[in-house]
Design a protein around this ligand. Structure first.
Ligand SMILES: [Zn+2]
Length: 217
């Protein structure tokens, strides 16, 4: 403000010296007491828990009930279909299909909700080491009764513990395009699931890819 202009330089000079003192103090404090000046940022995924990598079963129980994947995982738009899709979609070939826990864990959430006008049931399971698995039972239908039926067809509830291979729920095929979206939440990141599967599970998942598609983009 105008009335403080005569003091501006001196005030700024004072602020500068105060800031330098504060900076010097903080650097000293960090170095001497906490050692935090030695820490360096790590790239996402650097701290991926090794305990669950390479252990997941397939999310579907029976591959004979599955149709080919129309698109797979992408972390951005640089993929054949041109948009981000941080998960894998599994389409049943019949009117319903069973899905299973890929790993043992604690059920964090089971929730029926509307997504872009269509009902889906979201299931998340904490499988340990900071890793959550997510299953979205997407009805592709605006029919709330079907949404409720889908919730009833989910076998687990919040607070349950599940074992690897145990039934998570049965997908009820409602609208055209009904599928289960499977994804991983690693501390807010959504990595490609490929390296989380066992070799057999990965081969089974890959066998569902449309010709020419990769599993991850
Ligand atoms: Zn999806």
């Amino acid at each position: 403000m105008l009335q403080y202009r005569p003091w501006g330089f001196r005030k700024r000079a004072l602020e500068h010296s105060s800031m330098w003192f504060l900076c010097a103090f903080m650097v000293l404090f960090c170095t001497q007491l906490t050692g935090c000046s030695n820490s360096s940022p790590t790239a996402p995924g650097d701290n991926a828990p090794v305990s669950v990598v390479g252990t997941f079963l397939t999310p579907f129980s029976t591959i004979e009930r599955m149709e080919p994947m129309e698109y797979s995982y992408s972390s951005g738009a640089d993929c054949p279909w041109g948009f981000m899709h941080q998960g894998l979609d599994f389409y049943p070939s019949g009117s319903q299909a069973p899905f299973q826990a890929v790993a043992s864990g604690a059920v964090l959430n089971v929730e029926l909700r509307l997504y872009q006008g269509e009902w889906l049931v979201e299931v998340s399971v904490d499988v340990g080491a900071g890793t959550e698995t997510e299953y979205f039972f997407e009805t592709f239908s605006a029919d709330q009764a079907l949404g409720q039926a889908q919730l009833d067809a989910v076998s687990v509830r919040t607070g349950d513990t599940v074992s690897a291979g145990e039934r998570i729920g049965t997908l009820l095929v409602g609208g055209d395009g009904s599928h289960v979206h499977f994804g991983i939440n690693l501390s807010g990141e959504a990595p490609c699931p490929d390296r989380y599967f066992t070799d057999d599970a990965l081969a089974a998942v890959r066998s569902l890819l449309e010709p020419g598609l990769q599993l991850c983009y």
